[in-house]
Design a protein around this ligand. Structure first.
Ligand SMILES: [Zn+2]
Length: 287
């Protein structure tokens, strides 16, 4: 074969290789896009949009308006409110690794939950707080370091909430909207001092006591009904495993697992400071 013909042939082969590679990349990209497009990611998309719009206009709005504006810019994720809804709640975290695993399990079924965080743990694991925030789950408060609020006086309660909000807002840029008092302990003083509705629960999985995956799973499957608020603790690895096990079963049964705020909104409940929420069907209004 003449030398320049061989060279031309080699060049042609190279060109064909590059073309085939480009086609292969296009096919893979198409498949990835198609598969990813199937999952709903409303919250994260709108989260980002809301965030950047607020940031761009930060100088023109004061902080309180900023918080409301931010809220109004977020389009809630698509939830089928005709389905039975149960709010999952996780106390005492975040905990490194565990919290992220719970978030991932929820995301797999397009579910969300509320995390009642301790300020101390949020300060220790800010990356876990960020993961919860960015995934469209709800960050709420559980005091700074878990004292029984009814025993520490109004100034003690106020300081617990302030320290907690300072730690959490370092990541979220806002105070928490809901508070769960440690041990579910509250009285009139606690209700009057905390500037948020208090959220208790209607289903206690006793996950902290049994530390048993199946006991927690069965407790939820046996008891959960529309409007319930389920209490769990993401600091225990058995709870993380129970969540991974129970979610596909709840999906199969047609439940929507959601945050406390999503549950209240779906049931058209307006919760205020001083209210105590036990479930969507049981609320103790402030006097
Ligand atoms: Zn607790």
């Amino acid at each position: 074969m003449p030398r320049n013909r061989r060279r031309r042939k080699r060049r042609w082969r190279k060109g064909r290789c590059a073309a085939m590679l480009a086609v292969a990349i296009l096919i893979v990209a198409g498949v990835v896009f198609f598969v990813r497009g199937g999952a709903t990611k409303y919250t994260s998309i709108n989260d980002g949009l809301g965030e950047s719009l607020v940031k761009a206009n930060e100088s023109a709005i004061d902080t309180s308006t900023g918080k409301d504006l931010k809220k109004s810019l977020y389009v809630p994720r698509k939830i089928d409110t005709s389905k039975p809804m149960i709010a999952f709640t996780f106390d005492d975290g975040p905990k490194k690794g565990n919290t992220t695993r719970v978030v991932k399990a929820l995301e797999k079924y397009d579910y969300r939950a509320t995390f009642f965080m301790l300020g101390l743990s949020a300060a220790t694991y800010p990356d876990e707080v960020k993961t919860v925030l960015k995934s469209g789950n709800e960050i709420s408060g559980h005091s700074w370091n878990h004292p029984q609020l009814t025993k520490i006086g109004a100034s003690g309660v106020a300081s617990q909430i302030t320290r907690m909000n300072n730690a959490i807002s370092k990541v979220t840029n806002s105070d928490v909207g809901l508070v769960r008092p440690p041990y579910g302990a509250y009285n009139d003083m606690v209700r009057a001092t905390i500037d948020a509705p208090l959220v208790l629960w209607s289903i206690d999985t006793l996950d902290w006591k049994t530390r048993n995956v199946d006991a927690t799973v069965n407790n939820i499957l046996k008891n959960a009904k529309d409007g319930d608020i389920v209490l769990m603790h993401d600091i225990h690895i058995q709870t993380v495993e129970a969540v991974e096990k129970v979610l596909p079963q709840l999906k199969e049964k047609g439940y929507e697992v959601c945050t406390v705020s999503e549950l209240l909104e779906a049931k058209k409940i307006k919760a205020e400071k001083g209210d105590v929420i036990i479930s969507a069907h049981q609320i103790i209004k402030k006097k």
